[in-house]
Ligand binder design. Structure first.
Ligand code: GLU
Length: 395
């Protein structure tokens, strides 16, 4: 892997934010062909096992092109709030249609979520929005999120989708946020005017110095400039989520990143351990043991769930929901987690494919024997050749 490559498909939950200028051409409207290439990349990511959520800008920009020559006259110059809301009302329908049709061309189902600031600030509404998104992801659908521009007024709106995307990423416990726009990353100064501007490939911490750079660099067509991207980085990395700024201009923009296209990567800060995971790790006496093979061990260290196929033996008497230790074949503990099956059912599906569960047990249980959200790695050192264990943030 070269210094610039980032393997997006190794992340469990990926939020991709698309800037307006990528989706909408002022003259020609929606950029269908480009969108198709992006959706092809999203399908590949989904196929590789990552949950994918899109935060799509473009409602206002698209609304303007649709309303071209109408009496609303919102095609040129800057817009007053009520004009941009009218444009968003028209554009959001077209945008949702474009996502739904293009994702469906890849065999994927889209679900539209329109959020306001209050939905991420107030606990009850936050939990409600999170539950809906979780449900969509569990069903294998692709949530497509935007701000509800038609009703949000200036005091109660994000106004830019960079910070909205970061909030959504933390809300759903994403481990990667990709901001695709017309800038390819962060520079120490404005690259078009300062010959000494240096490109920053990796940022380990969002410091005051980094924030100052944002003031100078970048000039996007859409609302968010580099400043909102750095704010997004602060929000996301603090919650244990890696963030990437990359150019979305080329076709297949996600594939391009995986193949080494230039991008800036913000490293997550020490990942916070959820109360639930702390509780699981703190269980003193796991009452059962699941012995797993080398392939399953590797998957676990990469943040994946434990599937029945990777289990070789089950010992102990436990009920569904009890804490079990997950060990290698020599008995060394790798992880602890909550069993998704009682011990007798677990024994019956041991070593079998998840698709066989229904035939063996007579009911379709969980695909995983221990889901990654219910698991804490207790062995931190990966064997040589393993991808670095991302212990908690993958939860
Ligand atoms: N929500 C706005 C729209 O869809 C975009 C905000 C932004 O450019 O970040 O048009």
């Amino acid at each position: 892997m070269s210094a610039m490559e980032t393997q997006i498909h190794q992340y469990n939950r990926v939020v991709i934010k698309i800037g307006s200028a990528l989706l909408v051409d002022r003259k020609d409207g929606l950029r269908h062909n480009w969108l198709k290439t992006l959706c092809r990349d999203i399908a590949a990511l989904h196929q590789a096992g990552s949950d994918v959520l899109i935060v799509s800008s473009g409602a206002i920009a698209l609304g303007r092109t649709v309303l071209h020559d109408t009496s609303l006259g919102v095609t040129t110059g800057s817009l007053r709030l009520e004009q941009s809301q009218a444009a968003a009302a028209v554009g959001q329908i077209a945008l949702a249609k474009a996502w739904s049709e293009t994702l469906s061309g890849e065999g994927l189902v889209a679900g539209q979520i329109l959020l306001t600031l209050g939905d991420t600030r107030e606990r009850r509404r936050y939990l409600n929005a999170r539950a809906t998104i979780d449900q969509l992801l569990k069903a294998g659908a692709i949530p497509v999120v935007n701000e509800n521009d038609t009703v949000a007024t200036s005091e109660i709106r994000y106004g830019d989708n960079d910070r909205l995307a970061a909030r959504v990423a933390t809300m759903i416990g994403a481990d990667l946020l990709v901001l695709l726009s017309d800038v390819d990353g962060l520079y120490t100064a404005a690259p078009d005017t300062d010959p000494n501007a240096r490109f920053l490939q990796r940022i380990s911490k969002v410091t005051a110095q980094i924030e100052a750079m944002a003031g100078d660099a970048g000039s996007e067509l859409s609302r968010g400039g580099m400043k909102t991207k750095i704010e997004a980085a602060r929000i996301a990395t603090k919650a244990g989520c890696t963030m990437i700024i990359a150019s979305g201009k080329p076709d297949h923009p996600l594939r391009a990143i995986e193949e080494g296209a230039r991008h800036s990567l913000f490293e997550p800060s020490a990942s916070p351990v959820s109360a639930r995971k702390k509780w699981i790790a703190g269980q003193l006496d796991p009452i059962g043991r699941l012995f797993i093979d080398a392939g399953a061990r590797k998957a676990l260290l990469n943040g994946k769930s434990l599937l029945p196929a990777g289990v070789s033996k089950v010992t102990g008497v436990f009920r569904r929901g009890d804490t079990v230790a997950i060990c290698d074949l020599e008995g060394g503990e790798i992880a602890r987690g909550l069993a998704a099956y009682d011990c007798d059912e677990a024994a019956q599906i041991t070593g079998r494919k998840s698709s066989e569960i229904i035939a063996i047990l007579g009911h379709s249980g969980r695909a995983a024997m221990v889901h990654r959200d219910d698991m804490v790695l207790t062995q931190t050192l990966p064997a040589p050749g393993d991808v670095q264990a991302r212990q908690e943030e993958t939860g």
